[in-house]
Design a protein around this ligand. Structure first.
Ligand SMILES: Nc1ncnc2c1ncn2[C@@H]1O[C@H](COP(=O)(O)OP(=O)(O)OP(=O)(O)O)[C@@H](O)[C@H]1O
Ligand SMILES: [Mg+2]
Length: 263
C-alpha cells in the first residue's frame, strides 16, 4: 500500500481535480481510498453519497475514533472515501491541544493497512490524500506520515517561484518528494511552453513527463459530478489522467524497490 498526497500550498492549482481523476484511473490498478483533508470538502462532495457517522475531523481530533468508521463507500466499486467538511477549518486548534504523540498517532492511523483490513474488510493499494492549500500543523503531520508527495503546479511565474518552498516543506516533514506535474497546461499559450521547459531544467527528473492540459472537458465534467474519463472518454484530456496514474504508480514502485535494496 502506498499513501500518496497531492499538495501545494498555493490554492486552485488542481489538487482536488487531480485527486478525483487520479482515483478513477488508479482504481484500474487496485483498491483506492481517498482521504479528504480539506475543509472545503470538494472531493467529499464528488465521491460520497451519504454522510458517514464520522469524518476526518473526528478521526484526527478525537483520540478513540477509528478512521474506518469514517470510511464511506462511493458509487465506484474500487474507490472509498474518508470525508471532510467545514469543521476541518476549525480543527487545527483542537488538534494542536492534543499531546504531540496523539497528533502523530491519529495521523499514522490513516495509513495503517491492518486497520482497514481489520475493520473495513479491505486492503487498499493506494491512499490518495487531498490536502488544503494551507501549511498548518494538520497538513504537516499528515505529510509526515505519507509515503510520497506529488505537487500539481500551474505554469505561471508566481507558481513556479513557490516550488522550492513547497519542496523544502515536504522534506522538512520527512516525506519523499515524488515530483511536480503541470496541472493546467495551456497549449494555446507560448509562455506555458517556455515555463514548462524552464521548470524541467530546474527540477530535472522531478518534473513528471505527464502534462495535464487546461481543458473544458476536465472543468465541465466536475459540474456533472463525473470524472473527465466518464464525461468524454475519447478526449486527450481524459486520457492524460491514466498516464498520470501510471507514472505515479511507477515512481511509487521505484521507491519501494529502493527501500528493499536499502533494507
Ligand atoms: N486541467 C484543468 N483544466 C481546466 N480547469 C481545471 C483543471 N484543473 C482544475 N481546474 C479548475 O480549476 C479550479 C481549481 O481546481 P481545484 O479545486 O482542483 O484546485 P485545488 O488546488 O484543489 O484548489 P484548493 O487549493 O482551493 O483546494 C476548479 O474550478 C477546477 O474545475
Ligand atoms: Mg482542493
Amino acid at each position: 500500500m502506498k499513501m500518496i498526497a497531492l499538495f501545494n500550498n498555493k490554492g486552485g492549482v488542481g489538487k482536488t481535480t487531480s485527486v478525483i481523476n487520479l482515483a478513477y484511473s488508479m482504481a484500474k490498478l487496485g483498491e483506492v481510498l481517498v482521504i479528504d483533508c480539506d475543509g472545503q470538502g470538494n472531493s467529499s462532495r464528488f465521491f460520497a453519497d451519504d454522510q458517514p457517522k464520522n469524518t476526518i475531523v473526528n478521526a484526527l481530533t478525537v483520540a478513540p475514533v477509528s478512521v474506518t468508521s469514517a470510511v464511506s463507500h462511493t458509487r465506484y466499486d474500487k474507490i472509498d472515501i474518508v470525508v471532510s467538511d467545514h469543521r476541518m477549518n476549525d480543527a487545527v486548534s483542537k488538534f494542536e491541544q492534543l499531546p504531540l504523540n496523539t497528533q502523530i498517532g491519529n495521523c499514522e492511523k490513516l495509513r495503517k493497512e491492518w486497520y482497514y483490513s481489520w475493520y473495513a474488510g479491505k486492503k487498499y493499494d493506494y491512499i490518495l490524500v487531498d490536502l488544503p492549500p494551507a501549511l498548518n500543523s494538520i497538513t504537516k503531520t499528515i505529510l509526515s506520515v505519507c509515503d510520497v508527495v506529488f505537487v500539481p503546479i500551474e505554469l505561471s511565474a508566481f507558481a513556479i517561484q513557490g516550488v522550492p518552498n513547497v519542496t523544502s516543506v515536504i522534506s522538512e516533514c520527512g516525506c519523499r518528494f515524488g515530483g511536480c506535474f503541470a496541472s493546467k497546461f495551456d497549449r494555446e499559450c507560448p509562455a506555458d511552453f517556455e515555463m514548462l521547459e524552464m521548470i524541467r531544467k530546474q527540477l530535472g527528473g522531478k518534473m513528471l513527463q505527464t502534462v495535464i492540459p487546461q481543458s473544458r472537458v476536465i472543468k465541465n465534467s466536475l459540474s456533472y459530478r463525473l470524472t473527465a474519463k466518464e464525461y468524454m472518454e475519447w478526449t486527450a484530456a481524459a486520457e492524460c489522467y491514466d498516464q498520470l496514474a501510471d507514472e505515479i504508480a511507477r515512481i511509487c514502485g521505484e521507491f519501494t524497490d529502493l527501500e528493499r535494496k536499502q533494507a
